[in-house]
Write a protein that binds this ligand. Structure first.
Ligand code: FAD
Length: 458
């Protein structure tokens, strides 16, 4: 690979580096998976990305695109070395086009910044991962990220209208247009969304936006156990109400949050479901009462949040869960494995039971929380990282959790992506034939396999 640094410097100047300090900083995303890159490059334009990819294709240098590196599956970890392409400097909001209900952005725009820019217009971009203060639109599109409000609004995929992408050989394509719907051939926009940087580098995106709801209300329903909570969720959805968020925080999660903020008005002796509804004032009031009525016979306690401040405090705490879990036991560390499974709605109670059984049998402390309204359960497993036996138990637990989700007709990843962490499950997840089709697509677009090699089980 000698010689390419000089070419990189010629393309992007001092925004290319092979210093060991920078290379170490780009070795991993937020997962445990790492690999040392040979170069780090921060392009600022599509033209630079195109020239870099042409160069890398010629020299067969692996390229791992990276947004903010908050991914939890090793997606942005350069496991085959080569070059990390840090897209965070391409961070312009190019056009806020309210008349056409869309925005055009570069991939390095951070989700929360986009929504702050849209707020004065009374619009928003709904997909909202827990990492939204940091993660980039490029990373969200590549992982088809979602979050708490996707139960009503859909995942990132539902909002991507057009992508500008640079292919492995440096060609630049557009996958869509400014229209809100189109029936023109293969849907390349959908193909690139969720492709985890394996098909091309996204350099620009046209995204649909929607008006901010006029009001939001929150019902807190506490249940004796998560299985009953899961049943209540099914009953609410079957009644015809689609909450704008429907989150579960199990007993342990509630206790941990109370330890972080004792003033927080949540119960700590049951499994809590947060049902949020949004829309016109009169309809949110009506839906809240209806949810409370449905949950009451099953719940230990049901109440509606009293004020906007209370709602804000509860949602802020919910967003902290990923980090707050450190409080569960200072001697233990949360490891992101088996953390993102999902099942069809009707199988939620069965999944919860299976996870309880798996973690109890292996004696691994676990917290369960997540977007139960779309069948997505996050499981936080804790171990003493100095204890090899516990690592072994953790690996067994994660594997059994993944297999349980598959057996229940679900998925090993609902939103964090496959990356390398879950690549081994791809044959079972999508089927051997479908995986072969994916490999053919990959070969057609990236014949030398330079784009994010080692990922997605390809
Ligand atoms: C505390 C915490 C909470 C989280 N909560 C959620 C959640 O609620 N929902 C959720 O969905 N995820 C969540 N995540 C996971 C993660 O934040 C998301 O997947 C996020 O969208 C990744 O964005 P990023 O900019 O950090 O991307 P990165 O981690 O940098 O990259 C992710 C993938 O995208 C590819 N990529 C990045 N930019 C480009 C580009 N321009 N072109 C082509 N490929 C590219 C990378 O190669 C990689 O495969 C959470 C993570 C953390 C740490």
């Amino acid at each position: 690979m000698s010689g390419i640094l000089e070419d990189l410097l010629e393309i992007v100047g001092s925004r290319a580096s092979s210093s060991i300090v920078e290379r170490r900083c780009y070795a991993a995303d937020a997962s445990q998976i790492e690999g040392l890159p040979d170069y780090v490059v921060r392009p600022k334009s599509t033209n630079e990305v195109s020239r870099i990819l042409r160069l890398c294709s010629r020299h067969q240098v692996p390229v791992t695109p990276r947004g903010a590196g908050t991914g939890l599956s090793g997606g942005a970890s350069p496991v085959k070395g080569g070059l990390v392409l840090d897209m965070s400097s391409m961070n312009r909001i190019i056009d806020i086009d309210i008349a056409n209900l869309q925005v055009i952005v570069e991939p390095g725009v951070v989700q929360e910044r986009l929504n702050l820019a849209l707020k004065p217009y009374g619009f928003f971009f709904p997909p909202d991962p827990g990492s939204s203060a940091v993660c980039t639109i490029g990373g969200m599109i590549s992982n088809n990220s979602s979050g708490m409000r996707c139960v009503k609004y859909g995942t990132t995929r539902s909002y991507v209208l057009d992508l500008e992408a640079v292919l492995a050989d440096g060609r630049v394509i557009h996958t869509g247009s400014k229209v809100l719907k189109s029936a023109a051939g293969y849907d390349l926009t959908r193909l690139f969304t969720g492709s985890e940087g394996t098909l091309g580098v996204i350099t620009r995106a046209g995204l649909k936006i929607v008006p901010l709801p006029r009001s939001r209300r929150l019902v807190l329903a506490c249940f004796e156990d998560a299985v009953i909570a899961g049943q209540a969720v099914l009953m609410v959805f079957s009644s015809g109400i689609t909450p704008s968020a429907c989150e579960i925080l199990d007993k342990t999660t509630c206790q941990v949050l109370k330890r972080c903020d004792p003033k927080l008005a949540i119960p700590d002796d049951g499994d809590l479901i947060l049902f949020e509804v949004d829309g016109p004032e009169n309809s949110t009031v009506k839906e809240c009462l209806h949810i409370a009525e449905i949950c009451s016979p099953l719940a230990l306690d049901v109440r509606v949040a009293k004020s906007q401040q209370e709602m804000d405090a509860i949602w802020a705490a919910r967003r902290l869960v990923g980090a707050a879990v450190a409080k569960i036991d200072p001697a233990k560390t949360r490891i992101y494995m088996g953390e993102d499974v999902g099942v069809p709605m009707s199988q939620i109670p069965a999944l919860i039971k299976r996870v309880q059984h798996i973690t109890a049998k292996l004696d691994i402390p676990a917290m369960k929380y997540g977007h139960i309204g779309d069948g997505n359960l996050h499981i936080a497993l804790f171990i003493d990282v100095m204890n090899e036996d516990q690592w072994e138990k953790l690996r067994i637990a994660a594997d059994r959790i993944h297999k349980a989700a598959l057996e229940l007709g679900g998925t090993v990843s609902t939103e964090h992506g496959i990356g390398l962490a879950r690549a081994q499950y791809m044959p079972e997840q999508v089927g051997q034939e479908a995986l072969q089709v994916m490999r053919s697509i990959k070969r057609a677009l990236d014949p030398n396999g330079i784009l994010n090699p080692g990922k997605l089980g390809l």
